[in-house]
Each structure stands twice: as structure tokens, then as C-alpha cells.
Design a protein around this ligand. Sequence first.
Ligand code: FES
Length: 75
Amino acid sequence: MSMHPIIVNLTSGTHKICTCGESMTAPICDDSEGPPCRKAPSITLEAAKTVPICACGRTQTAPICDGSHGYEKGR
Ligand code: FES
């Protein structure tokens, strides 16, 4: 099964990224585990940007996809 990043258009500012899978607004954290969620990594953007969020868990630059998902073919 191949995994790819989730492409999201984010506004400027700080966004928390869900890593627990419970968010109803995934991949953005909605504090489902009880506000405020402390496990969610955050990213801060100075301007609106389209961002690839890692969905495979292999990225070294979490929560942003670094292309590591492409290596699963050889497993
Ligand atoms: S989705 Fe690309 S590294 Fe995880």
C-alpha cells in the first residue's frame, strides 16, 4: 500500500497538526484528546502556503513530508 502526503492549504500563523488520528478536522488538530492537545506538533507560517503533511510516519521533518514515503517499495 502506498502512502502519500496530505496536501493542505494553510493560512499564515501557527497550526497544530494531528498525530493521534482522533481529530475530526484532520490533518489539523481539533483538540479531540482534551484541550489543549500537547502531542500535536505545530508549524508556523509567515504567509499562506500549500503544505504536504506526512501521512506515513516516516518523515524526518515531521509533520512535513520529506519524500521518505517513496522508499516503501523496496520493503
Ligand atoms: S507521506 Fe511523505 S514522508 Fe510520509
